[in-house]
Design a protein around this ligand. Structure first.
Ligand SMILES: N[C@@H](CCC(=O)N[C@@H](CS)C(=O)NCC(=O)O)C(=O)O
Length: 287
């Protein structure tokens, strides 16, 4: 579990806040996962929506609560928590009904959630091109330099995770854009992961068996994002397709992953254009 210590938190005003505050992004997959989780538990929270397209998480104020510059962040009665999967574990312990992380399977779930987290930058790669329709980075050189120069400390030590993953992702994006090869590599990882999910769904309605768990939430978010991008679920993974459609009938799931209307229009326009030019998800990644 990643734990911030007092000296990591430079935006001191939040330490006096009461209640459950969530910093999140409308189209952030980790935030969507957390919001669905909160909906299923019926937990009340106060939202602080961040504009990720404008890199609002790269300001000194926000880096002062999460030195990694990422959402979601939870400020709960003055304690600051980062890393979505750690946040979910903490909330499940405190609000056990309905149980979404059964204690007897907690270790297995932690391993499977780590695998999901490892695919996060692959999801971002595919989303940027096929959902958000970007061709390059949304960060200005000045924003990236500010982020690079910020002395991030997590658990009292310089933060390697942030340097290794986030900076590498955005520096490569600035250099290379979003090439077809990167799409194929990321899509192949998801195909393998969804093949595994397809096998699990042969014998049970949900990822871990008869009851819904946090893994269904996490993979619903990923599957829906890729579905928006044009991943051919019905053809490649029919059980996953049916499982996702089933969960999408529940408003507590569906409303959290719905893009804002202007983005829905952009997605529709882009998909029509890509169908015309042979540059859809399936064309580019060859599935
Ligand atoms: N491992 C982190 C990943 C968080 C993450 O990557 N958040 C993304 C949104 S899903 C973000 O804040 N991105 C900001 C940016 O790319 O500028 C977690 O699970 O909380």
């Amino acid at each position: 579990m990643v734990q911030l210590i007092d000296s990591d938190i430079r935006t001191r005003e939040v330490l006096g806040w009461e209640g459950l505050h969530i910093f999140h992004g409308r189209m952030s997959s980790c935030s969507q996962k957390l919001r669905i989780f909160l909906n299923l538990k019926g937990i009340e929270w106060q939202g602080h929506e961040m504009d990720l397209a404008a890199s609002e998480t790269y300001t000194d104020w926000f880096l002062g609560i999460n030195p990694r510059g990422l959402v979601p962040v939870v400020v709960w009665d003055g304690a600051v928590h980062i890393e979505s999967n750690d946040i979910l574990a903490l909330l499940d312990e405190t609000f056990p009904d309905p149980c979404l992380i059964p204690p007897d399977r907690a270790e297995e779930i932690a391993t499977l959630l780590r695998q999901e987290d490892d695919l996060h930058l692959d999801l971002r790669t595919l989303s940027f091109r096929f959902v958000l329709g970007r061709t390059g980075s949304n960060k200005t050189p000045a924003q990236l330099a500010h982020y690079r120069d910020f002395e991030a400390r997590v658990a009292g030590a310089p933060d390697r995770e942030r340097r290794d993953h986030e900076l590498h992702f955005y520096e490569r994006l600035a250099d290379q854009g979003l090439p077809d090869d990167a799409m194929r590599i990321s899509a192949a990882k998801f195909r393998t992961a969804f093949d595994d999910l397809e096998r699990r769904l042969e014998t049970s309605p949900y990822f871990l068996g008869a009851a819904i768990s946090v893994l269904d939430i996490a993979w619903y978010v990923y599957a829906t994002r890729l579905h928006l991008g044009g991943y051919p679920f019905a053809r490649l993974h029919p059980r996953v397709h049916a499982w996702r459609e089933g969960l999408a009938e529940d408003e507590r799931f569906a409303r959290e992953v719905l893009p804002p209307v202007p983005l829905q229009e952009t997605i529709a326009r882009n998909h029509a254009e890509w169908a015309r030019t042979g540059m859809t998800f399936a064309d580019v990644v060859g599935i």
